[in-house]
Structures are given as C-alpha cells and as structure tokens.
Design a protein around this ligand. Structure first.
Ligand code: SAH
Ligand code: SF4
Length: 379
C-alpha cells in the first residue's frame, strides 16, 4: 500500500495551483505546463523521466513533491469491453471506476467519495454508508490510471477516454472543491483536453452547490430525478426533503441557462418496478419537465442483494419511454453494461469503512429478513 507523505502530490494540482507551487520553490511558472504534460499526457510519475527538466530541478522536485496515483487493488475486463478498477484511497476505503466503450466513444465513470451519506433507497453505494471525500489527486487519479492502461499518448486522435461522468460512488457536489479541481484538469489541454460538454457532473440535488457550481465551471449537468413528485422523491432520494423539486429544477434551469449554446440538462431516472414506472408517473414527469430544456435517460434498476426493488420488464420500460417521447422528449434507455463484473450503475460498492453506522443498520435489517447472518461491525 502506498502511504501518504509530507510531499506535495502534484497529480491533483490544477495549472494555476502548479504554477504557484513552482513559484513557492523559487522556480519559473512555465514549469507547470511542462510537468503537467508529463503527468497527464504521458502518465509519468518519476521526475527523472522528465527529459526537459535539468538535474538540479529534478532533485529539488524529488525533495518537495511527488506524483502519486491511488493504489490499484484490481482491474477487471467485462465480456462487453467494460473495465472496472477498484482503487484504495488514503482513508483506507476502496472505490470503483468504470470505463464503458460504446459507439466510438469511451466514457469513464469516476467516483468522488468513499460511500455516500445521502442514502437513496435504491443505491448500493448509499447502503455502504459514508467514509470520506476523495482528494483531488484521487479523483483525477482515476482518469490517470485509466488513461495509462490504454497506453497514454499525447493528443492521440482515437483517445480511449472521450467522456467523463461523475457518476461513480458518492455525491460529487458534497466534495465540491476537489471535484471542481479534478474537472478543471480533465478539461485543461495540459491535462486531458476533454471538452466541457463531455464532462458531466451528476447530482441527486444539492441545491446550494448547484448554484456555486454555476459560478465556477461550465461542465454538463445531470440530475438524478427518479420521481416526478415530492412525496415519492422524499422516499427515494431523501435529500429531496431539504431541497424539494420546485427549488431543485429552478436551480438546474438557472445552471443550464447560464451555459447558453443550446446546452440541456440530462435527467436520470432509475426505473423501479411498480414504484416509479407507471404511466401516471410518466404523465406527471411530462408536466414537471414541460419547460425544462432536457434529455431524459431512463436507467432500468440494477439489482443488488436485499435492495427490496425489482427491475421493470422490457415492455414496461418501453411503455414509459414511449409516453415521454410522444410528449416530445428525447428519451434514451441506458443499456446495462459490465454487469458480469458488477460495474453497472448502482452496483458500485467498493469497500467502504462506514463512519455513519448506516451499513450496520442495513445489516441489521438483513438479519431481520432472516436472509443472512452477519455480525454487525463494532465502532
Ligand atoms: N450521487 C450522484 C452520482 C452517482 S450515482 C447521483 O446520485 O446523481 C449515478 C447514477 O446511478 C444516479 O442517477 C443514481 O441514482 C443511479 N443509480 C443508483 N443506484 C442505482 C441502481 N441500483 N440501479 C440503477 N441506477 C442506479
Ligand atoms: Fe449517493 Fe447518488 Fe447513491 Fe444517492 S444515488 S446514495 S446521491 S451515490
């Protein structure tokens, strides 16, 4: 296991931060660009391999800094080409990163937290409880690891990672500064040069942070809606009790409005059999989203043990999609990818050392079920 040191980890620094770092050690700011290219374009973590730096500078850097990616615990490749990495972060918990190749695109699904405190009722990450925020280096480190695994080449035209979605474990807006820094590196030409349209942050609806995001960055936004009315959403996505739908959609619309250039909000809607997948829900959704520039992505529920939910039939899914399409919405159904390696949406569990005791409550419920006997964790 790699252990933390006192050295500055350059992996998680944005270009301005890296420039300040070089200034702080009495060097010229332009060094930042050179070092960023080595780190992110070439996947280099050894200062000695940076051929355009002099010997004295290399020694100075070795004394003050390091380039340390997260530790890879495992890498799996699915039958359909999906890849999944389990990585260990500084807190000792493990999180997951998933790469999904599809139609000439390569989408990397990145985690922002070890676990999640928001406890959506159908999400296995939520059931793990919460341990820690990832550092900026651990967030961008997932892109770094994936890029290296494809043999990173600068400005490669058929680059393997074309899109990044902050849809892995955790609520990205509750780890705001680190996620924003990592997204800046994703979009920086000295980093990964991914266009702002192709970096997407997905949120379950932390309204004040959506407002803050609008002030800082212009990435694409996805909203995890999952219910067309407050009563049901309060049950499925508990943060809705704090920031109800009207307030949430208003914040999202303002975010999208500021982006201009015909950008739209992505609405994610996990379909749960007989819970939120009935025609009445589709009709309520049509009303709710009537004036929201959006595209809708339906995600048939991906089951995990003891979730208490089921995936709707293909027919029910199609019926729901058609009702929305007939009302003029652009609606896609997310195909399940990588489920043979547990890499599908909502199946990411990592190995979270829960600090919220939620996983204990969950285990207790499982015991009441009589389904499984697990000794509750102490602590
Ligand atoms: N916390 C953020 C991002 C991570 S979750 C958010 O909630 O938006 C990424 C997406 O997967 C969300 O839309 C989430 O609701 C969905 N999801 C969670 N569990 C799921 C499951 N079991 N099946 C299908 N989708 C799920
Ligand atoms: Fe957290 Fe998103 Fe899962 Fe909700 S769906 S518990 S916000 S990771």
């Amino acid at each position: 296991m790699t252990t933390a040191t006192d050295k500055v980890n350059l992996l998680g620094l944005t270009q301005p931060q890296l420039e300040s770092f070089f200034e702080s050690i009495g060097e010229k700011r332009f060094r930042a660009g050179q070092v960023m290219k080595w780190i992110h374009h070439f996947g280099i973590d050894d200062f000695d391999a940076m051929s355009n730096l002099g010997k004295a500078l290399k020694e100075k850097l070795k004394a003050a800094a390091e380039i340390r990616g997260p530790e890879i615990v495992s890498e799996d490749i699915s039958r359909d080409g999906t890849r999944k990495w389990v990585i260990r972060v500084a807190s000792g918990s493990c999180v997951e990163t998933v790469y999904i190749p599809q139609n000439g695109r390569g989408t990397l699904c990145v985690s922002s937290q070890a676990g999640c405190a928001l406890d959506c009722s159908f999400c296995s990450t939520g059931k793990q409880g919460f341990n820690s925020n990832l550092t900026a280096a651990e967030v961008i480190g997932q892109v770094w690891i994936a890029n290296k695994s494809f043999g990173s080449v600068p400005a490669k035209i058929d680059r393997a990672i074309t899109n990044v979605v902050m849809m892995g474990m955790g609520e990205p807006l509750l780890n705001f500064d680190n996620v924003v820094a990592a997204m800046r590196i994703m979009m920086d030409d000295l980093g990964y040069g991914i266009s702002k349209r192709k970096v997407t942050l997905s949120t379950s609806g932390v309204v004040p942070m959506i407002e803050e995001l609008a002030k800082q960055i212009d990435v694409s936004l996805a909203l995890s809606l999952h219910a067309p009315n407050d009563e049901l959403r309060n049950e499925l996505v508990p943060i809705n009790r704090k920031y109800p739908l009207a307030m949430l959609l208003d914040a999202c619309q303002r975010y999208i409005g500021q982006l201009g250039e015909k950008r739209v909000l992505t609405i994610e809607y996990t379909l749960l059999k007989d819970v939120n997948d009935l025609p009445e829900h589709a009709l309520q959704m049509i009303e709710l989203l009537r004036n929201v520039p959006c595209k809708i992505n339906l995600i048939p529920f991906n089951p995990f043990p003891h979730s208490g939910y089921e995936r709707p039939s293909k027919n029910a899914t199609r019926r729901f999609q058609e009702l929305l399409q007939q009302a003029g919405f652009n609606v896609t159904v997310r195909t399940t990818r990588g489920d043979d390696i547990d890499a599908a949406c909502g199946q990411l569990v990592g190995q979270v050392m829960d600090r919220t005791r939620r996983s204990q409550r969950y285990i207790a419920v499982r015991q009441l079920d009589g389904a499984e006997t697990v000794t509750p964790l102490q602590g």
